[in-house]
Every structure is written in structure tokens, then in C-alpha cells.
Design a protein around this ligand. Structure first.
Ligand SMILES: Cc1cc2nc3c(=O)[nH]c(=O)nc-3n(C[C@H](O)[C@H](O)[C@H](O)COP(=O)(O)OP(=O)(O)OC[C@H]3O[C@@H](n4cnc5c(N)ncnc54)[C@H](O)[C@@H]3O)c2cc1C
Length: 449
């Protein structure tokens, strides 16, 4: 039934009673809309319905059923044998059900049943997110994922079927249902056999650059040591654990620019960013000291375990030897989410001798702060041990300065004689003058043993 002049009664009903867009052979867009990967498909469907919602799909399914017409679902049209366009069936072209929503926690996305792989990846990439995907962007995601879903990232995250968390389905009697565990199991492998999938909930993942942390670190320091420094530009490199799975350390640089000449600041930032491959500078913005402090507070735990897990060691600059030790150490997994490693840089004004201060470390240098503290008390022993290993390794380079930063170091690692240098006697005389009985001896740096 149905011809160019007389549409199939199902098509006529859908158009007339339900105002659903249905193309027939006489529609100008017929050929374009029917076009699929296989060109020489002789199948002649009775029409192409283009629903915009699950409700429209439900109406189509009910109507097709009452007319005894089978439907065939098409999205990307990449079925290798053209089976989504079948003879005497109503093609349900889902490509207008194509919304993509990323959850607030960025671990899942809700996508329409008509979403193409390319559109999904295009949406996720600028958000620095990804999910496994097949080789062709024009393949429908649901059709790809439901039947297996081989492709990029499968060895890391699994097949397409493994990404499907939930599904909204229009069943053969037109009901719109949320798939239960049994139906989901069927959908994850047997595709559209059980209904029209109008929505899928899928897993998504952070899009990370996989880089060699050791090489990145060495490149950063060798470049930074050669870079002409501005007194307005401050760079504090730091490493923190990848928070979701603790599998590796992430590398970042606290960048600050303290001159009103922002153009010069942007250029300086670009110079620093060029020291790391593909560094992301989008988080750098104008800020206020208050905002900065609040950011740090929001980011850092306020109370932690690990009384012996913090330490520091100083170098004039992070040359090849200490960089190698740091790189080797960072190649191992972090122990606790609170672990951090950072470098405080001392140069410009802060590195110049000041006759009115007894602070000893008045020379250009970097303090490597090893923060082995823990949120989880079960990690204290391992984390403390790793702190000590790193400090020992750095010390064994023979390049460390005699001075260290007392407030970040364990007491036994601070040599007060070296810390105060020429001012040592002055400091001791002052101590004896003002605190002869040792009332205040529990003070860092400890002047008396
Ligand atoms: C060039 C090419 C490259 C390919 N590359 C890969 C690859 O890298 N990895 C891989 O695993 N596969 C690949 N395939 C196979 C492809 O993933 C499957 O054929 C997939 O089903 C195509 O989906 P589609 O929506 O593009 O195709 P369509 O022809 O539109 O649909 C195919 C079938 O999927 C079902 N279907 C699709 N969407 C729905 C839905 N929302 N609800 C219910 N049923 C639905 C229907 O039964 C339909 O007949 C490739 C195929 C081609 C032709």
C-alpha cells in the first residue's frame, strides 16, 4: 500500500493525527534523509519518521503496530549491510533526538538515542572529557555501543557496552520505560532488539594528557633555569595526586604576576607555559589576594595526619641531579590524597641580604617542600617513609644547600649554625640575653639542643 501520490495509511495517520514529520518518496528530502553508508540498498520503506521526542517515538511505535508495519531504527546509517533501511517498513530516524548533557560531577553523560559519535566527542573534548568511541564520527553512538562498541580507549575503559549505565526505551507496545537490570543486560550486546532506545546514560572520563612526569619535570627546570626572570613573575611548581584514582602525580605551576603591565604578564606566562608540552593556562586569571587565599583553603585539607611526614630541603636551583631524583620519585604512585610536593622560589628582593634581619637564607634558591601528610591515618607510615626517602635522595645529590627552611623541616634536619651563618653568634647572644633559663626553648629553629 502507498505510492508517490498516495502515502501509506500509517504515514497519513502520523502526519494528520499526530503532526509528526514523516517523509515519503515524494518528499524533496527523501533521498538525502535515506542516504546511508551503503548506497546500493534496494530496500523501499513506506516512510521515514523523524521524531523529536520519546513521546513521538511512542506514538509512532503504537501507530506502526496498529497498522501491522514493522519499524527499523536508523541513526548514523552505518549498518554494514544497510539493515536499518528495510523494505516495507517505517524507518524511524532518531537523529533529531540528539541532546547531550554532562552531569555536574562530570562522570556521566545523558545522550539522546540519535546522537552521532562525532557530535558526542566534539561536545566532550572542550570540556576535557572523553569516552570510548568507534572509528567513524558519523556512526550512531547507540548503535555502536549497544552491539559491542569496539574502538579507541577500549583497553583503558572498556567496550561501548561497558559504558552504558542506563537506558530509556520505547517498548513494542509504545510504553516509555527506564530499563531495569535485565533489559539493560540485553541492550548491552543485543542492541535495539527490545525497543527504541531514546536515551542512554553513559560513563565519561577526564581527558588527560598522558605525559612522562619525569621528562616534563626535567624539561621544565632546565628551561626555567635558563629563562630570563622578571621580578614581577613568580612560579611555584607543584605536584599533587590525581584525585580520582591516585594512579599518578599531576604537575602544575602556581603562576603569579604582580605588575599592572598585564600584557607583559601574559607574555611571561606564555614563556613559562612553553616549558611544559601543551600546558593549559586557562585557569590563570586576574584575582585578588583574598580570592587566592580562599582558593587555597578550598583546595587544601585543614587538618591532617603525619607528624614526621613533612620536610624541606633547599637548592640554589633545581639542576639536573635533583630534577632526576624528583622525577624518579614522582614516577611512583602517591600514597595519600593530601600528599603534595612543591618548590618555593626565592629570588629578587627576597634573596638579597638584609642587614636588619637575621634570617639566614638570603641567596637565590628554591625550597623543595615535601608534604607527606595524610588524610587517611592508615597511610601515615608509608607516606612518612616516602618523604624520608625523597629527602635522603635529594641530600645525596650533594647539591643541597646547608640552609633549609626551619618551619617546614623536621627539627633534626635543621642545622642552626648553618641556618644563621654569620648571624649565628648574634642570634645565640640574643637568646642568652632574653631567655637565659630556656623558657622559650620549644621554638623553631631550636637554638639549644
Ligand atoms: C565505516 C564503518 C566503520 C565502523 N567502525 C566501527 C568501529 O570502529 N567499532 C565498532 O564497534 N563498530 C564499527 N562499525 C559498526 C557500527 O558500529 C554498527 O554498524 C552500528 O550499529 C552502526 O550504528 P549507526 O547508528 O551508525 O547505524 P544504523 O544503520 O543507523 O543503525 C544500525 C542498527 O542499530 C540499531 N540502532 C541504532 N540506534 C538505535 C537506537 N537508538 N535504538 C534502537 N536501535 C538502534 C538498529 O537496529 C539499527 O538497525 C562500523 C561500521 C562502518 C560501516
Amino acid at each position: 500500500m502507498g505510492s508517490v501520490s498516495e502515502p501509506h495509511p500509517l504515514v497519513a495517520e502520523l502526519v494528520k493525527r499526530h503532526s509528526i514529520t514523516v517523509l515519503t518518496l515524494s518528499s524533496p528530502e527523501w533521498d538525502e534523509r535515506l542516504a546511508a553508508y551503503i548506497i546500493d540498498n534496494p530496500a523501499k520503506p513506506v516512510g521515514i519518521a523523524r521524531p523529536k521526542s520519546a513521546e513521538e517515538v511512542s506514538t509512532i511505535v503504537k501507530a506502526a503496530r496498529s497498522h501491522g508495519v514493522k519499524i527499523s531504527v536508523r541513526v548514523g546509517g552505518h549498518d554494514v549491510a544497510g539493515r536499518s533501511i528495510a523494505d516495507n517498513c517505517l524507518v524511524v530516524d532518531l537523529r533529531e533526538i540528539n541532546t547531550i548533557e554532562v552531569s555536574e560531577h562530570r562522570g556521566t553523560a545523558t545522550i539522546g538515542g540519535g546522537v552521532l559519535i562525532g557530535d558526542l566527542i566534539e561536545k566532550l573534548t572542550p570540556l576535557k572529557l572523553v569516552t570510548p568511541f568507534g572509528y567513524f564520527p558519523t556512526i550512531g553512538y547507540a548503535g555502536w555501543a549497544m552491539m559491542g562498541g569496539y574502538g579507541w580507549l577500549a583497553s583503558r575503559f572498556g567496550l561501548g557496552v561497558d559504558q552504558i549505565l542506563r537506558a530509556r526505551v520505547v517498548t513494542s507496545n509504545g510504553d516509555i520505560v527506564e530499563a531495569d537490570a535485565e533489559l539493560l543486560k540485553g541492550i548491552r550486546g543485543a542492541g535495539g532488539n527490545f525497543g527504541v532506545i531514546v536515551e542512554l546514560g553513559i560513563k565519561i572520563y577526564p581527558l588527560e594528557k598522558t605525559s612522562d612526569i619525569k621528562a616534563t619535570l626535567e624539561k621544565y627546570f632546565s628551561g626555567y633555569n635558563k629563562m630570563e626572570k622578571s621580578p614581577y613573575g613568580g612560579c611555584g611548581p607543584f605536584w599533587f595526586p590525581k584525585q580520582d584514582d591516585m594512579s599518578q602525580w599531576m604537575f602544575a605551576v602556581n603562576f603569579n604576576w604582580s605588575s599592572p603591565d598585564l600584557d607583559a604578564g601574559r607574555k611571561y606566562l606564555q614563556q613559562v607555559a612553553a616549558l611544559g608540552d601543551g600546558a593549559d593556562t586557562t585557569l590563570v586569571k586576574e584575582t585578588t589576594p583574598t580570592e587566592l587565599i580562599n582558593l587555597i583553603i578550598a583546595w587544601s585539607p585543614q587538618r591532617v595526619h603525619g607528624i614526621k611526614a613533612g620536610n624541606a630541603i633547599s637548592f640554589q636551583s633545581i639542576t639536573e641531579r635533583p630534577a632526576k631524583v624528583l622525577g624518579d620519585w614522582l614516577s611512583k604512585r602517591p600514597v595519600d590524597t593530601a600528599n603534595v610536593l612543591l618548590v618555593h622560589e626565592m629570588r629578587g628582593q627576597s634573596a638579597e641580604p638584609h642587614p636588619d634581619s637575621c634570617f639566614g637564607a638570603r641567596l637565590p634558591h628554591g625550597v623543595i617542600e615535601i608534604v607527606g601528610v595524610c588524610i587517611n591515618p592508615d597511610h601515615i607510615v608509608a607516606s612518612t617513609q616516602r618523604t624520608q626517602e625523597l629527602r635522603q635522595g635529594l641530600k645525596e645529590t650533594g647539591d643541597a644547600l646547608d640552609v633549609t627552611y626551619a618551619s617546614l623541616s623536621q627539627t633534626r634536619d635543621t642545622d642552626v649554625g648553618k641556618l644563621f651563618g654569620d648571624n649565628y653568634q648574634f642570634v645565640m647572644d640574643l637568646k642568652n640575653k632574653y631567655d637565659p633559663t630556656g623558657l622559650f626553648d620549644n621554638t623553631e629553629p631550636r637554638l639549644r639542643p
